[in-house]
Design a protein around this ligand. Sequence first.
Ligand code: NAP
Length: 279
Amino acid sequence: MTADSTGAPMSGRTVQTLPPLGLGTWQNEDPEQCTQSVKQALELGYRHIDTAQIYRNEAAVGAGIEQAAVDRDDIILATKVWNDNLAHDDVISSTEASLNRLGVEYVDLLYVHWPVENFDPERTLSAFAELKERGLIEHVGLSNFTPEQLDQVQEAASVDIDAVQVECHPLLQQEALREYCSRHDIELVAYSPLARGDVFDIPELTDIADAHGVSEAQVSLAWLDAHDVRSIPKATSRDHIVDNFAATSLSLDQEQVRTIDAIDREDRQVHPSFAPSSW
Ligand SMILES: NC(=O)c1ccc[n+]([C@@H]2O[C@H](COP(=O)([O-])OP(=O)(O)OC[C@H]3O[C@@H](n4cnc5c(N)ncnc54)[C@H](OP(=O)(O)O)[C@@H]3O)[C@@H](O)[C@H]2O)c1
């Protein structure tokens, strides 16, 4: 994943960095709406689009990429292998199917969506290594892993881990994973960076938002950026897509960052029944 100092991707593959802001697409299920959101976001300056096999919108996301006036090579496109596809051969065939639906020759980032069912650090990731060899994926990501699970993967896998995606926002600050990723030079991507709407009900964020004349959404995204965490807020409407992108011009001062750091809560929004018990 390569980007210049403004966060815009550029060709060549030497700098390990994602743009600060991308577009999430979970539950953006109406195909026309989804295509429109992706197209609008790309034309407004977004360069990272996040989808997954389980979102059932890869075709609509691909159509948005196809329709946008932006070169495919300038876009970081991420998808995720779902839980029942984690056996070696299923990783390969389901990723080929994702590429077909997306209408692209490669994805920039392919994640293991959850470390469950047939996930095996060696066997699952050997399939990721093969996909990389074949040029079908550029980078490897893991989603919903703990630092302990990341250690196990790094010991067993034959491929480098480039990105980790977890829920992260002011109500679930993920200090241990932030520290882990920084130490191992891995990109940390925050999902549900608006706490699925709960950031609008945090008095500390409202005070800071009022001081800057911006939304609480922007404050949450700017706080994540202050910690070098990349965000992928899901936004369907143009207004939300525009509002979130404005966060790339918002800088919080140290006191504001510390005020949010001090919010001592562990409010997880995404906790499916199959989540690992150690989680
Ligand atoms: N790896 C994983 O297991 C995993 C899990 C969850 C999510 N994700 C990824 O992360 C992305 C983001 O997470 P999320 O969808 O859970 O939640 P989120 O981004 O925290 O919140 C999305 C909600 O906030 C609203 N919103 C967005 N921008 C807004 C703004 N500026 N003002 C007011 N409301 C705004 C959206 O409304 P509208 O849609 O109406 O614009 C939507 O209801 C997902 O879409 C997906 O790509 C990954």
